[in-house]
Design a protein around this ligand. Structure first.
Ligand code: NA7
Length: 544
């Protein structure tokens, strides 16, 4: 089948130009896009990926900052679709770093001969639905155009980097960058006075690495986070053999949990066991690597209430133990949000950084940053002179990367306008008035690859259904979309993830509507809902 698909058909336009024609155009060559290409090709669809970067890997191509790595176990994060790939690739560390992750995705691209259908350094500037031809036309910055019956956005939920609108950035005489655009050649930080703005998961990975070479580090913190020790280590040969023999079991376990991680909640309530037993469990989980401290605990630790607060206090005391100066320790202790209401950053030496003489923690909630000056950062109280400023200030999640594509559906209406008060989708992946568009970036949370594979499988099966039944378009009904949006809002309001000011609800972006940007459902529920929709002949969709 694949050999038949080597050549890209061309169609002539009214202007006599040639426009590349595909069955499906996929935007983004990260973990989701690469698998989408593989899967759709298998099913006989002619596809092309347009990727902005000069290499494949998405998140693992762009985020080159020191310390960038998985917080989920490496062997649970890889693709599961090929047994050969699972056996060939050796993860070297329990929590693999960016360079190895990028190598892995390049290995996948080569192994499955994906590159011939990937156009790198291709900057999509708009995607317009042609109602007469029922297809999408994608415009690239260099003037090229391509058409496809389907448009799949695999542009990531966290890829549009956000830099606060501080005045004066251009006047800064030193160097600056956002962590998502860390230069390939690195930043020269040796012996420099460096400022890091932000203390989210990215900064928590970055700071312990760069502190080794800077002359002085100033960390500008607005919100203290609950950060847990990662406890990374190499994977020895025996463990490697065990992992390789147990992949079906590993993936089965992941697929049964809410976020597709390998960690399972304890069905007991924290408050029903004795204080000694409770503490014993907290300490045992604390000593283990990874997200277990978050996702293997008593189930009610992840619900607002006494158990949540009890564990939060255990956590706070762990931070206090690590930081010598009690004033600095109290600044690092989170007090304004519940444990688990934000994504748990994992750290490797983060708190110890604040015991060094050349590190200063600045509370910018108390004294906000007023502007960037030619010399550094000016807060309400002081000016901090710096040679380098690093913005670890996060992302315009989910909708930010979609907005950059300028997607225009029926009647020329833009997805950006439609999503102005939050995503209006059916199941996170389709939107009324945008036929044959699958926003596959917007529906996966948790252990990303575990969520992305079944999602792509579902989308590709829907495309086969359209093809096999001689339809040309699939798009959700307004009723189905309204019901989904209500579900996201109502059930989203009940979960811990919507209780804090974080990217999960767009609260990190000034002016962005505060709504849950992803599904409130667990991964197994999401898969079951999609399966039911398909089993009922794509219930909630218009097929034409
Ligand atoms: P996050 O988690 O959104 O963190 C961004 C950080 O930047 C966070 O500490 C913010 O403080 C801070 N920030 C943002 N704007 C400002 C301003 N104006 N002033 C001061 N500080 C600011 O992004 P990350 O890149 O760390 O992590 C994103 C995800 O990547 C993470 O969840 C993982 O899934 C991987 P705030 O907390 O908003 O007060």
């Amino acid at each position: 089948m694949e050999n038949l698909l080597q050549q890209t058909p061309l169609v002539a336009t009214d202007l006599g130009e040639h426009v590349d024609q595909f069955d499906a155009i996929i935007i983004g060559a990260g973990v989701t896009g690469l698998y989408a290409l593989y899967r759709m090709r298998q099913l006989g669809f002619i596809c092309r990926i347009f990727e902005h970067g000069s290499g494949v890997g998405g998140t693992w191509f762009w985020n080159r900052y020191p310390g960038c790595r998985f917080d989920s176990e490496s062997y649970t994060y890889g693709y599961s679709f090929s047994e050969e790939l699972l056996q060939e690739w050796d993860w070297k560390e329990q929590y693999s770093g960016q360079p190895e992750n990028e190598r892995y995705l390049n290995f996948v691209a080569d192994k499955f001969d994906l590159r011939r259908d990937i156009q790198l350094s291709a900057h999509v500037v708009s995607c317009v639905f042609d109602e007469d031809e029922s297809c999408w036309e994608v415009h690239l910055e260099d003037g090229h155009r391509a058409r496809g019956q389907y448009l799949l956005t695999s542009v990531g939920i966290l890829s549009a980097g956000f830099i606060p609108d501080f005045e004066g950035i251009d006047s800064f005489k030193g160097k600056w960058c956002h962590t998502v655009r860390w230069p390939k050649e690195g930043m020269d930080l040796a012996g420099k006075r460096v400022g890091v703005i932000g203390t989210g998961a990215t900064a928590v990975q970055l700071i312990p690495e760069i502190v080794k070479e800077v002359s002085h580090l100033t960390v500008f913190q607005r919100t203290a986070n609950f950060c847990a020790p990662l406890r990374n280590g190499p994977i020895d040969d025996e463990t490697q053999r065990e992992i390789k023999a147990n992949f079906p079991e590993i993936f089965k376990k992941c697929n049964e949990t809410a976020g597709s991680f390998i960690h399972e909640f304890d069905p007991r309530s924290a408050m029903e066991v004795s204080p000694e037993e409770r503490l014993e469990q907290y300490e045992r989980l604390w000593a283990k690597p990874g997200f277990g401290k978050w996702l293997s605990n008593f189930y009610d630790v992840m619900m607002p209430g006494e158990a949540n607060e009890d564990y939060a206090e255990f956590f706070r005391n762990k931070i206090r133990e690590r930081v010598h100066d009690p004033v600095v320790a109290e600044m690092l202790v989170p007090k304004d949000h519940m444990f688990g209401s934000k994504r748990l950053p994992c750290e490797s030496g983060y708190y110890d950084v604040y015991n060094r003489d050349n590190v200063l923690l600045v509370d910018v909630r108390e004294a906000p940053i007023e502007r960037i000056t030619s010399k550094g950062v000016k807060t309400r109280d002081s000016e901090y002179e710096l040679d380098v400023i690093i913005f670890a200030t996060g992302f315009d999640a989910v909708t930010g990367s979609l907005n950059q594509l300028d997607i225009r559906g029926e009647g020329g209406k833009t997805l950006k306008d439609k999503f102005a008060n939050g995503p209006r989708t059916y199941m996170g992946i389709t939107s009324a008035g945008f036929p044959n568009l699958f926003t596959i970036n917007a529906a996966s949370v948790g252990n990303f690859v575990r969520a992305a594979e079944p999602l792509v499988d579902w989308v590709s099966e829907a495309m086969c259904y359209v093809r096999d039944n001689q339809f040309t378009c699939i798009s959700p009904t307004l009723e189905a979309e309204d019901a989904w949006v209500n579900h996201v809002n109502e059930d989203g309001a009940k979960i811990l993830r919507t209780q804090a000011n974080s990217w999960f609800v767009g609260a990190n972006i000034p002016g962005k509507a505060r709504v849950l940007l992803t599904s409130p459902d667990t991964a197994p529920v999401m898969r079951a809902k999609r399966a039911e929709v398909a089993a009922n002949g794509y219930e909630g969709f218009l097929l034409q």
